[in-house]
Design a protein. Structure first.
Length: 395
């Protein structure tokens, strides 16, 4: 696979020097870009996006600050080349999601090795189901799984910089589109017919894109579909495709067990069970946990229990829930009814209404609890960065 790389710098000679080390290697197709138009986006005006952005950074330049705040378009892999003894540059690179930070005097061997590693990871992601599947389900209907799955998916895109597709599994009453103020014309039922021939271009015809970049595979309710009529082999192919082309697939499952929901639950990397602080909710959640672990034989470590609309003054306390559900750890989402209602009625994710609200912070905490270390900077990056940070703290 030829790997398309853009080497961007404010210095034309520096960009050419760095690019020359890569053009010797036929697996890389390299273009240079001199940043001089006054716009902080190093990809401003670029029509054909590369597979990787290689950014040369000088102290005080605005491009890295821009990427730390906005991210790269379509979440392209980023490598930053900058001053070796500049901890602030390394912090910005980490915030921007850089996969590596290389010194300005990097050797050709180290430079090629860094790009080759990302090329291999990209190829693996494109050819195998390397994305993670997170499935939300209610312990009892109305616990808030649809609201939380939508906002978690939005947070993974906006805060985490990930490629995410949100999937609505409620084939009769699918309504996730309303949480994002989107009107889909087609959805999962039509996508199933094209599952075996799906590619990145055709997939866009079956999904809707939110302004944040989050994509939704909807379940329009105008078509009646019974779960036992869904061909599981097509569903398997469809899920494989979306896992191969996303960092995360977040699925909202109705609070019932059928062929479709069981398929997604069995394949899930993480199941998020939503409960509330009431006896009926806890009773039904305990029953569902028993079915998941005993009947479907899902390991307990793959299940996270979230207490939605949590209130410290509620008669049922966290200790009671832990004991009843036999859970050592619970994740809580605070009760901000007015904000949640505004979000649902307007079709605007809570983070776009208030970035500082307790509910928004709770969703970010949920993201941190669910997302593993795979999204953290590479060890190569950390090996270079940590000594710099330690020296700075000790000086």
């Amino acid at each position: 696979m030829t790997f398309h790389v853009i080497v961007a710098s404010r210095s034309g000679s520096t960009a050419e020097r760095l690019a020359a080390r890569l053009t010797k290697h036929p697996e890389f197709r390299v273009k240079t870009r001199v940043i001089g138009n006054g716009h902080p986006d190093p990809l401003y005006g670029v029509s054909e996006l590369p597979d990787l952005l290689f950014l040369h950074y000088g102290s005080g330049q605005s491009e890295l600050q821009f990427l730390a705040e906005q991210g790269t378009r379509d979440h392209l892999p980023l490598i930053v080349c900058g001053p070796e003894n500049d901890p602030e540059a390394m912090r910005l690179a980490m915030r921007a999601g850089a996969r590596d930070y290389l010194p300005e005097n990097v050797s050709e061997a180290d430079l090629v090795a860094s790009l080759a590693r990302i090329q291999e990871e990209t190829l693996r992601a494109r050819t195998s189901g390397s994305g993670k599947l997170i499935v939300f389900t209610n312990g009892k209907g109305g616990s808030g799984a649809s609201f939380l799955s939508t906002n978690l998916a939005h947070s993974l895109v906006v805060d985490g910089g990930h490629r995410v597709t949100l999937v609505d599994l409620d084939l009769q009453f699918g309504g996730l589109c309303r949480y994002l103020d989107i009107t889909p014309k087609v959805g999962i039922l039509e996508a199933l017919d094209a599952a075996h021939d799906m590619d990145e271009v055709s997939a866009k015809a079956y999904t809707c894109e939110h302004s944040s970049g989050l994509r939704l595979l909807a379940a329009p309710s105008k078509h009646l579909a019974l779960p036992n009529e869904i061909p599981i082999e097509k569903l398997d192919s469809l899920l494989d495709f979306f896992l191969s082309n996303n960092d995360y697939v977040v699925a909202d499952s109705p609070s019932r067990l059928d062929a479709v929901t069981e398929f997604f639950l069995e394949r899930a990397d993480k199941i998020v069970l939503i409960v509330q602080q009431s006896l009926p909710h806890i009773h039904d959640a305990a029953r569902l946990l028993q079915l998941l672990t005993s009947e479907i034989v899902i390991p307990k470590k793959r299940i996270s229990v979230v207490v939605n609309r949590f209130s410290k003054s509620a008669p049922i306390e966290l200790g009671d829930i832990k004991k009843t559900l036999r859970q050592d750890k619970l994740i809580t989402i605070p009760n901000q009814y007015k904000l949640a209602t505004e979000s649902i009625n307007s079709g605007i994710p809570v983070a776009e209404i208030s970035k500082t609200a307790a509910l928004t912070k709770g969703i970010r905490n949920l993201q941190a609890a669910l997302v593993d270390s795979a999204s953290k900077p590479s060890q190569n990056f950390l090996k270079r960065a940590l000594p710099m940070f330690l020296r700075e703290r000790m000086s």
